[in-house]
Design a protein around this ligand. Structure first.
Ligand code: FES
Ligand SMILES: [Fe+2]
Length: 322
């Protein structure tokens, strides 16, 4: 089995993605897991395979009283450590394998039970103190390998192509690119053309995007890319999250936050409209990126280079030298 970046910290979910007492299935590096959260906010994770006859535990149900998951096949019950529960009592040692999680605020991280090779990044906690959490957008499996997906996040030259449609980005000059190990930062400007009335009607948040948007990209290899844009309403922060499901499938979702500075956001109904519309715009961005990466032909050595493309060799280097 080919594990992608063993020992990397992966952000596999935000708490809001888990309902209370409902199994949530994830796949990380070719292994399926089931995660659940109880009403107290405690979170558990097991390998998704029942140790009796290998049924998927995620198709089972949660028992509130015992904090346990019941297998959908013969109704055996396991606690969050993988121990059998019988008549409400724990019986013996764990027989289902658990997945170690690290819960940081509302973020659910894991090393997939590998020895950690990098600390859990503090970028999201640091940058979002006191900000409004708007929600999750673009929770999608991309049919492409992890390296191709992460390269799109680092490729700061793609917005006038991939995101030209809807966002009307006509140029995206880069002012600076700094890197320090697994951390990198880019300062960039988007220059936009006018949207059509129909586009504005379909997506009112486009009205809040000026023709020139100053933005920053902050990278914590390999899981997190922050895109932070200055708009007249304040700052919009999108954390693009990636983790490898299999060699050929990559999971993505975006955490959206705002630092509102303009009191117009408090006008009844307006804030909700903008929030919904920003989530919709973010989902559109993910859809455009996913389609772009899924449509690529097998990689060859480029016969032409764009200016300032060194960020691409930087991220490929981090990946291959892991
Ligand atoms: S397969 Fe799970 S209880 Fe039998
Ligand atoms: Fe993109």
């Amino acid at each position: 089995m080919n594990y992608i970046l063993p020992g990397a910290p992966w952000l596999v979910a935000h708490r809001s993605m888990l309902c209370i007492d409902k199994p949530y299935k994830i796949t990380l590096n070719n292994c399926d897991y089931v995660i659940w959260q109880n009403a107290k906010g405690e979170i558990y994770a097991l390998e998704n395979v029942c140790p009796h006859m290998q049924a998927p535990l995620s198709n089972g149900w949660i028992c509130k009283e015992h904090n346990s998951i019941t297998c959908p096949f013969h109704a055996l019950e396991f606690d969050g450590k993988g121990r059998l529960i019988k008549d409400g009592e724990v019986k013996g040692e764990p027989i289902a394998k658990s997945l170690n999680l690290i819960i940081q605020d509302d973020l659910i991280w894991t090393y997939g039970n590998f020895e950690p090779r990098l600390p859990i990044p503090s970028l999201i906690s640091e940058k979002t103190k006191g900000l409004s959490f708007l929600g999750i957008a673009g929770d999608t499996t991309i049919q492409a390998e992890f390296l191709q997906c992460i390269k799109v996040n680092y490729d700061f030259n793609h917005q006038n192509g991939v995101h030209h449609d809807t966002f009307r980005i006509k140029d995206n000059p880069v002012e600076s690119f700094e890197k320090d190990g697994y951390y990198a930062k880019v300062v960039q400007t988007f220059l936009r053309e006018d949207n059509t009335m129909q586009e504005l009607f379909q997506n009112p948040s486009l009205m809040t995007f000026p023709k020139k948007i100053k933005n920053q990209l902050v990278y914590n290899f390999p899981s997190t890319t922050l895109f932070k844009a200055e708009v007249p309403l304040g700052e919009i922060l999108q954390f693009f999250i990636l983790y490898p499901e299999t060699e050929n499938q990559t999971r993505t979702f975006v955490l959206l936050y705002a630092n509102w500075r303009n009191p117009i956001i408090n006008v009844p109904g307006f804030g909700d409209l903008i929030k919904r519309s920003l989530l919709q715009s973010t989902a559109k961005i993910v859809e455009q990126d996913s389609k772009a990466v899924e449509s690529l032909y097998p990689q060859q050595k480029p016969k032409i280079r764009l200016p300032k493309e060194e960020i691409m060799s930087y991220v490929e280097g981090l990946y291959h030298e892991w």
